[in-house]
Design a protein around this ligand. Structure first.
Ligand code: HEC
Length: 132
């Protein structure tokens, strides 16, 4: 094999192994935090115990609400705001835990990840909406 061919093969291998998606630090941190969420929401946001995340930007047009939802979880949200959540008035069924162990930065990072990766938002827009 010529050196050029080996070079192309190595480049292909490296790009195949690199995780897809933006390389922004906050997005990448959000992807790591999302591992905790994937057990219920699925690694592709397809849902399971937790709701599918494809319409998360319709549920929470305002990222602050998205962040607060993650922090409070179903029960905390219900105690604070009543039995529905989001702009779409989803009835709360009650199985989303509170993630009050995450700080404001981490909450915003995982919200950005969900909005971009599953909700189809543009990274720059979602970073801005979520306060970065
Ligand atoms: C133990 C399962 C579970 C885990 C873990 C979990 N969720 Fe959820 N999540 C749910 C359930 C169930 C709902 C629906 C809430 C309800 O009906 O009370 C939900 C709803 C949501 C919604 C609203 C989606 C929509 O459009 O209606 C978002 C956003 C969300 N979760 C984000 C997260 C994030 C971020 C994490 C990780 C930090 C996470 N969830 C971890 C179960 C879970």
């Amino acid at each position: 094999m010529t050196r050029a061919v080996v070079g192309v093969l190595v480049a292909l291998l490296v790009s195949a192994c690199a995780p897809a998606g933006p390389t922004d630090d906050n997005y990448i941190a959000g992807r790591t935090i999302y591992r905790t969420c994937a057990q219920c929401h699925g690694s592709s946001g397809e849902g399971g115990v937790g709701r599918a995340l494809g319409t998360v930007r319709e549920t929470f047009p305002d990222c602050d609400d998205h962040i607060e939802w993650i922090s409070l979880g179903s029960e905390g949200w219900q105690q604070t705001y009543g039995s529905a959540y989001g702009a779409t008035n989803q009835p709360i069924e009650g199985a989303m835990p509170a993630f009050d162990s995450l700080n404001r930065l981490e909450l915003a990072q995982v919200a950005v990840y969900e909005r971009v990766r599953f909700g189809g938002g543009e990274l720059a827009d979602e970073l801005a909406t979520c306060g970065f």
